[in-house]
Design a protein around this ligand. Sequence first.
Ligand code: RB5
Length: 153
Amino acid sequence: MTSETVGETTGETIAVAADHAGFELKNQLKDRLLGAGHAVLDLGTHGPESVDYPDYGSAMAEALGAGRASRGVLVCGTGIGISIAANRHSGVRAAVCHDVTTAKLARQHNDANVLALGARVIGPETALQCLDVFLATPFDSGERHSRRIAKLG
Ligand code: RB5
């Protein structure tokens, strides 16, 4: 599995990872991130050949745990399998989002640090909207949300 960081290195580094079902959308999301001035750590996959989504969810968790990126974006066919894989690792809060409402609430209530998207479920325009909202929305760090996040471990 190869990875590389491209783009600005002065701002936030966002990691991206996908399986074969998500790699085309992952590339579109990567372009959006670079266009917005972020550095991007691309964990693959880099082509349409069939791969196993748990490998990429775990790669994301390892990259975040190692401090190679501050947040991440995962893509598979549904967003489900790859987010389950990532969420098995402590400190990862990956949220499958289908629209701007779920992307916004994943940040406000759940302090999600990984956006998971389903390339076979939503179109690229919706995915890009989810990305923009996810990155722009702060956590509502009120007492009740912080208490619940702490219980997630
Ligand atoms: C791959 O065919 C598909 O199962 C995968 O991308 C994902 O949707 C699994 O959750």
